[in-house]
Design a protein around this ligand. Structure first.
Ligand code: AMP
Length: 392
């Protein structure tokens, strides 16, 4: 795989795929511009080196329909402010004669931002004809959209068949370097922390980690499917009944491989999420029939901290409780602090875990905060992603 610095971009029509999937408020103002800032180094490098730059992204889920609420126009406005002196043109469409005309007349150092690629279903279908139209006139493809690399979509994968020169942007390069350090040669002990609501999207990563990690700390709602699979009474806690068998087989594989799975030892219980109040903390089973677990308790925090402290490599994805509710956020915030205090190489992915890191004010003490939640999980599981393979 080549990197941006290794290819000629001067005078070339460069198609840059970024992740500008930013949250917008009801007045279509950008609520958080982290994702725009993350690709600025690649954008600036390409413009300064004389590229004629076409930029593409998705935003939200317009499901193949033109939708002004998911237009990239607010991003174009923000880019004009962030890149003073640069001509930033907002395209009226993603493909078609008008876009082709704008591409042809683009000068060196100018930027053309295409409309939301997901205004077309052919994007998510990775359709060949649409990919070809996206690629029209472009000599270079640069991918800097790490958060979309786990998707075999037209602007990520399909397009690469129609553009001769391909490279990874600076953001993608950084992600691949840091995540490869964990997947390919993690320093031991390697401790993985997984939380969140569902086992479903974490099955591939769990199956990979029972072969690679030394310890798996499992919290969040997903822990209760594991505890139930062990035959424990978990009250009203969230359980994925159809995943009990998978949970059981993951625990068996871990045991066979000498990998420790540590489940919560005590539980913060509530009578309802709406009450936002702690009813009790329990450390024995069965948990009361009328209560649900919404956070890990102090004994669990202490136990997890012990493993986190002795780790040399840490990967964390998913909150350990319903951390959006202040009363149920201690476990997640304490674990964020523990990860930050450890001297291990630490990687955190997923919106909620990253929010907890910021809430705890420790972002600068994490080795790498991944910009892609789903993408980082899949990279850890498979060691690569469709969008990365397509660049090779
Ligand atoms: P995910 O998208 O799978 O990472 O799940 C994130 C969500 O899991 C967050 O919105 C949390 O509120 C939720 N969550 C974490 N722990 C629990 C729990 N014990 N019970 C219910 N929901 C939880």
């Amino acid at each position: 795989m080549k990197f941006t610095e290794e290819i000629k971009v001067k005078g070339q029509l460069v198609f840059l795929r970024v992740d500008f999937n930013v949250p917008l408020d009801e007045n279509l103002k950008i609520r958080d511009e982290t994702r725009i800032k993350a690709s600025l180094p690649t954008i600036k490098y390409l413009l300064e080196n004389g590229a004629r730059l076409v930029v593409a992204s998705h935003l939200g889920r317009p499901k193949g329909q033109f939708n002004p609420k998911m237009s990239l126009k607010p991003v174009a406005e923000r880019l004009r402010e962030m890149l003073p002196g640069t001509t930033v043109i907002m395209a009226p469409d993603v493909i078609g004669p008008e876009v082709d005309r704008l591409k042809t007349s683009l000068k060196e150092g100018e930027l053309l931002l295409l409309e939301n690629v997901r205004f077309y279903n052919q994007e998510t279908d990775n359709e060949a004809d649409f990919s070809k139209k996206l690629a029209a006139g472009c000599q270079v493809f640069v991918n800097d959209a790490f958060g979309s690399c786990h998707r075999a979509h037209a602007s990520v994968v399909g397009i690469t068949a129609y553009i001769p020169e391909k490279a990874a942007g600076f953001l993608l390069k950084k992600e691949v370097e840091h995540l490869s350090r964990i997947t390919h040669h993690p320093e031991k002990p390697y401790v993985a922390i997984l939380g969140g609501a569902k086992i479903e999207d974490k099955i591939p990563v769990l199956e990979s980690l029972v072969n690679k990690a030394d310890v798996l700390l499992i919290g969040g709602a997903m822990a209760y499917t594991f505890l139930k699979a062990q035959g424990k009474g978990v009250g009203q806690s969230l359980v994925e009944e159809d995943k009990l068998k998978i949970a059981d087989s993951i625990m068996k594989k871990a045991e066979d491989n000498g990998v420790k799975i540590i489940l919560p030892l005590d539980h913060v219980l509530t009578s309802s999420l709406d009450s936002q109040e702690i009813e009790m903390v329990a450390d024995s089973y069965p948990l009361p029939d009328n209560l649900m677990a919404v956070d890990i308790g102090p004994k669990t925090i202490a136990e997890y901290e012990k493993y986190i402290k002795s780790a040399r490599t840490i990967f964390w994805n998913g909150p350990l409780g319903v951390f959006e509710v202040k009363a149920f956020s201690s476990g997640t915030v304490e674990i964020a602090r523990a990860v930050a205090s450890s001297s291990a190489f630490s990687v955190v992915g997923g919106g909620d875990s990253i929010a907890a890191i910021h809430q705890a004010g420790v972002a600068d003490r994490i080795s790498h905060i991944s910009t892609g939640g789903g993408a980082s999980l899949e990279f850890i599981a498979y060691g690569t992603l469709p969008g990365i393979e397509a660049l090779k």
